[in-house]
Design a binder for this molecule. Structure first.
Ligand code: SF4
Ligand code: SF4
Length: 301
């Protein structure tokens, strides 16, 4: 039987998810619940409605199209009962303002790989390839393994972007098929990691140790979240940990506020109110701290 995955985006000409020009396939579902997540729509493992009330003109097309009667007009705007909505996508098709997006689409491996291969010429010219991200790419393991195998078979450079919050056996399955891992390192204090992401960091760090024993083809991705993980003690502990493992590149990823609008579209609270992106000086200071420990940190990427 053909394996399918729940995909929430296939991004062409991506320049920040590995080397060269890439296509990034975003898989839905993540075991973490990071406060600063900028792809909030990626977290749930099922389809989710992203609703842009700011675009709603109150035309009522979605009300008529919904087979569940889940939508009513309230004060001239479409109001959706998410408990009744079955994520069928009918209203998305009928909204003339592009104000309704049912996030997540079941696609077969063949469909995804066919889309990825359309840009093969750009990968060859730029040293790029395909990146599987999320959500947590490894959370849809059977899909990922088959998609990686197909892409490798077509001669593509393959990248897996992961938080590491999966079992080690998952890594063992993708290791032979993956040219590069992008691996998040967020917080070294376990209690803080639990409170900001919902899970312990023990398994994630252990998987990173094991992965680095198996390969040095790892780029560490350090999200810089002011007042959460940019303090001196977390940086000291992060450096101490990184000095014990192998990796090829360290990327500092400055926090930004893109998740705020998406949280509103999903009807969720945004937990980073009041936190602003790190300043250029703050990032430079962090780079200097890593440099003093012999590590070259690249901002962005
Ligand atoms: S996704 Fe389907 S069930 Fe949900 S509001 Fe839209 S039309 Fe109704
Ligand atoms: S179809 Fe779109 S614009 Fe019209 S009422 Fe529904 S959400 Fe608003």
């Amino acid at each position: 039987m053909a394996v399918s995955g729940l995909i929430f985006n296939i991004q062409k000409f991506s320049l920040h998810d590995g080397p060269g020009i890439r296509t990034t396939v975003f898989l839905k579902g993540c075991p973490l619940d990071c406060w600063w997540c900028h792809n909030v729509e990626s977290q749930g493992s099922g389809k989710e409605p992203l609703l842009r009330l700011d675009r709603c003109s109150g035309c009522g097309s979605c009300v008529v199209s919904c087979p569940q009667g889940a939508i009513t007009l309230v004060d001239g705007k479409a109001a959706t009962d998410l408990g009744t909505c079955v994520r069928c996508g009918e209203c998305q098709v009928h909204c003339p303002e592009n104000g309704r997006n049912i996030c997540g689409q079941e696609l077969s491996v063949a469909e995804v790989v066919a889309e990825v291969l359309k840009d093969q010429v750009f990968y060859e010219r730029s040293g790029g390839g395909v990146t599987f991200s999320g959500g947590e790419a490894l959370a849809q393991l059977d899909f990922l393994v088959e998609a990686l195998a197909e892409c490798k078979g077509a001669g593509l450079h393959t990248v897996v972007d992961t938080s590491g919050a999966v079992s080690w056996t998952s890594f063992e399955r993708v290791l032979p098929l993956t040219d590069l891992f992008l691996y998040d390192l967020k917080l070294m204090d376990d209690a803080a990691h639990r409170s900001y992401t919902g899970v312990s960091n023990r398994g994630l760090l252990e998987n990173l140790r094991k992965l680095s024993a198996a390969t040095d083809a790892i780029w560490i991705r350090f999200p810089v979240i002011p007042s959460v993980n940019d303090g001196a003690e977390n940086i000291r502990q992060s450096i101490e940990f990184l000095q014990t493992i192998r990796f090829r590149q360290l990327n500092l990823l400055p926090y930004h506020e893109l998740g705020k609008g998406k949280a509103a579209q999903l009807g969720r609270a945004y937990r980073m109110e009041g936190v602003t992106p790190p300043s250029a000086e703050g990032l430079e200071e962090l780079r200097a701290q890593f440099a003093a420990a012999g590590m070259t940190a690249v901002t962005g990427g």
